[in-house]
Design a protein around this ligand. Sequence first.
Ligand code: SF4
Length: 397
Amino acid sequence: MYLKLYEDVFVWRNEREYFIYNSKNYKSFLCDSTPCLEIIYNRIADFNNLYFILIEEDLLDVSVKNWIDNIIKIDAGCVGESLDSFDSPVSFPPLLRIQTDIERIKWMYSQGYTGEMLKYLHDITIHINGSLNGNLYYARQMEYPIKTANFISIDVVDNLLLYVSKSVTKNICIIGNIFSYYAFDRLFKTIKIYDINVSICILFSDFIEAENAMNILNNINLKVVLIIDDIIGFRECICDYSNMDIQFVFPILKKDDISEVFDVIDLKKCNDYLLKPLYNGDNMSFFKNNVYLRKDDILNFKLNKREVYLHYVVNTNFFGKLIYMPDNKVYSNLNYSHIGENSELVTELIYREIVNGKSWRFIRDNGDCSNCLYKYLCPSPSNYELIFNKMNLCCTI
Ligand code: SF4
């Protein structure tokens, strides 16, 4: 008998089990490893066979027959008694090319095609200054101001805005207490000149303390991300946000916060909102019970072939991000060391991160995840894992 697997099908294994995932219809199944299945797996894994193998009669034990039934059930492949049974006796199994891609990037860079790097840049975050209520620990988990007296020079911000306006990246997030930024007027005049998506991320406590904050935000006419760091104050606040393009972000530290937040969302009629779990060093049980993924969650992820490929090679949470900080350092992720200074060319920083960096290519090939069957289906590692120093965010193992 011949077996052909379709090209959208992934076969993953560990020492005990196989996991077959069809990225076209998102169906999958799990089965135990047996000696006969092991022989079949090795044939499938041999790229030269192009997902097309012969299964001899003596290999067709119960485990293999069940396995083939399941393959057909999830439409992951087909069988036939002779080569004539197939339109084409080959399929192209998923193949990784990350090493060749990096070699190509190195070559392009060495030849002076530095502009090519810009296509890898998706988002720039600029911490223009700090806030008295800022918190670096939180900023390592989500977009959140830090506490510092430093600020980024307006000339640097101007340059970045100009740069971004000419590149494919048009997303910039400005974080800090904008109301106390020394060059506030110039910043917003410059933003208006360019055709870029700028969002302003501020704390509610800074907003409520600033004079005339509502007028300022209405006038700048930009997307505002308002982090509700004082829910009681927010509940009592009488500001009318209905004319603003605003997203309310509610940090969640414990389970009881959730019902309180939904009360406030109802009361204030917040349309665009986000609940964001936040680790404060003391609420691990909240994360374990409410944030950690369960096996069912993971098996319900519907990733197409391209999305699975991405998990093989890049961290989809981190890839393409640069973060400019008020101390003039640039990071690809605040949980790692800085990758350069804000005086350096953006293309140079991108190249450095792609070729030598740790964040953009941080995938689940370490620690607990390295031997897990679901490592390419699972979301890329998150900042929580870096904060916890624990390489899995699940209850699966
Ligand atoms: S977090 Fe890691 S160990 Fe848990 S299911 Fe995902 S890949 Fe597996």
